[in-house]
Design a protein around this ligand. Structure first.
Ligand SMILES: [Ca+2]
Ligand SMILES: [Ca+2]
Ligand SMILES: [Ca+2]
Length: 331
């Protein structure tokens, strides 16, 4: 399964072979391997459960290009990044207690580099305009899909413009801005479109700043979504999306950017209350990541965000990394 350093260099030399920039950590083998695109077909997903991967084979370059086209990935892992992992030719041996830390650090560097911070509200291209693009209904380019209700709604029927009252859509901070300590519209996390989603105004209010967990009473206006006194459960179709957005936020924001007006270290924990800027329940998020795999909408959204904001959500490209990094936080 390992490949030579020479082959790694060759593969990393092409901008179009995007999938080659991602690596998967094999828990049992204690080794890193090139990770295939998990979205091509069910056979390609298999390697993420690695033990059953004996029949795994890579797609040919031509097959990959059918999917990726000429998309350029700016955040390709470079050989120097790999050296940081302790790469030694046939694969990387890491001790079991720190591989998640090193992977998280490497991903943080990649997804924090070359990022464009959008204005939240502006006469120039802002977060409203971005969500019109990223969450567009694939079957109706005049509409966006609202995350919790799943409703397709005219882009113009939004707060401040629309005439639907509490059914206008507004911008949900999926990682709550008040809980996360970045409630400042100039902060990077506040306008980071990876976790901003169109939602029905009153459903957004019901979610409030609740953290994520199973159970509660079904929300009449948004069937399949539940809330109780201290947590919110989104509908099945977006459970994985929510989990992967939270993995992204905890990896992107490490309290390292002192130039940012808010500089929280976002983290995931098992508790859903009294946990400061951290967010729970990571055990449930890990389950949702499994239950609701990445679909075309989520995958395409990631690529659109890359074009607008300059970075990708690595957990959409490689959901297995969610386990690698965050399993230790479920306790
Ligand atoms: Ca409503
Ligand atoms: Ca989904
Ligand atoms: Ca963090």
């Amino acid at each position: 399964m390992s490949i030579s350093l020479a082959n790694a260099a060759k593969r990393l030399g092409s901008d179009t072979e995007v999938m080659d920039s991602y690596w998967a950590y094999h828990e049992r083998e204690q080794n890193w391997f090139f990770s295939p695109n998990p979205h091509l077909d069910s056979a390609e997903r298999k390697p993420f459960g690695f033990p059953d991967s004996t029949s795994w084979k890579r797609k040919t370059s031509a097959e990959r290009k059918q999917v990726w086209g000429s998309l350029t990935l700016r955040q390709r892992m470079t050989l120097s990044t790999l050296a940081g992992f302790g790469w030694e030719g046939r694969g990387i041996n890491l001790d079991s207690t720190s591989h998640y830390t090193r992977l998280k650090e490497a991903l943080n560097n990649i997804i924090s580099t070359g990022v464009t911070k959008l204005p939240y509200s502006s006469s120039s291209f802002d977060v409203w305009d971005a969500l019109d693009v990223t969450d567009e209904d694939p079957n109706n380019s005049s509409n966006v899909i609202l995350m919790y209700t799943g409703r397709s709604q005219e882009k113009g029927q939004k707060t401040g413009q629309g005439n639907l009252g509490q059914d206008n859509w507004n911008r949900e901070h999926t990682y709550p801005k008040s809980n996360g300590g970045f409630n400042n519209s100039s902060a990077s996390a506040y306008t980071d479109i990876h976790h901003l989603r169109p939602t029905d105004e009153s459903v957004n209010s019901k979610r409030g700043n609740l953290e994520f967990d199973q159970g509660g009473n079904e929300i009449t206006e948004a069937p399949g979504n539940y809330s109780d006194g201290d947590s919110f459960e989104p509908r099945d179709e977006v459970k994985g999306d929510v989990a992967r957005m939270m993995f992204y936020m905890a990896t992107r924001y490490e309290g390292k950017d002192t130039s940012d007006v808010s500089n929280p270290d976002l983290e995931l924990v098992s508790s859903v209350t009294n946990n400061g800027t951290a967010l729970g329940n990571v055990c449930v998020l890990l389950e949702w990541n499994e239950q609701d795999p990445v679909d075309h909408f989520e995958f395409n959204r990631n690529s659109k965000i890359q074009k607008i904001q300059g970075n990708r959500n690595p957990f959409v490209d490689n959901p297995h990394w969610g386990d690698t990094i965050f399993e230790k936080d479920c306790k």
